[in-house]
Design a protein around this ligand. Structure first.
Ligand SMILES: [Zn+2]
Length: 145
């Protein structure tokens, strides 16, 4: 059994050698693929239409084709460039989400977004009504902390 397992993993890694495999873009596509199943189930429960079903299934099929194509692709420079483009788009969004989460957990400070330059200014909480000067552009923000 152990031997069999080694044979399978060996064959698989030989097959995947020189191929793109799973990168962040493929993982994101997979998550999106799974997430699509929710609106698909909802719309199918509401309409029960064959047309709606085939549109969803076509979309899922197209996504599966893209995922498998990217996974087994031997054109690594092109796949890596796609992945980099995806990361350049995704990382700022990811950081923003992480920032919002962190600011929500922070009870010691209040956060104000400058209307002029969108800089986020942090002040200690519980000081009442205050005037904040944006450190970046000098714009005045009046708020309650
Ligand atoms: Zn500003």
């Amino acid at each position: 059994m152990r031997n069999f397992f080694y044979k399978i993993t060996g064959a698989l890694s030989r097959f995947m050698y020189g191929r793109n495999g799973t990168d962040q873009l493929n993982l994101a596509l997979l998550v999106f693929y799974i997430a699509i199943c929710i609106p698909r189930a909802v719309t199918l429960a509401l309409t029960n239409s064959a047309l709606v079903r085939s549109i969803w299934d076509l979309l899922l099929l197209a996504m599966a084709v893209v995922i498998f194509f990217r996974m087994f692709s031997r054109n690594l420079p092109k796949r890596q460039a796609e992945n980099q483009r995806f990361l350049a788009w995704w990382y700022p969004i990811k950081n923003q989400i992480a920032g919002v989460k962190q600011r929500r957990l922070d009870r010691e400070h209040k956060y104000f977004t400058c209307k002029n330059c969108k800089t986020i200014c942090r002040v200690p909480a519980g000081k009442g009504k205050i005037e904040i000067t944006c450190p970046k552009c000098g714009n005045k923000i009046i708020g309650k902390s």
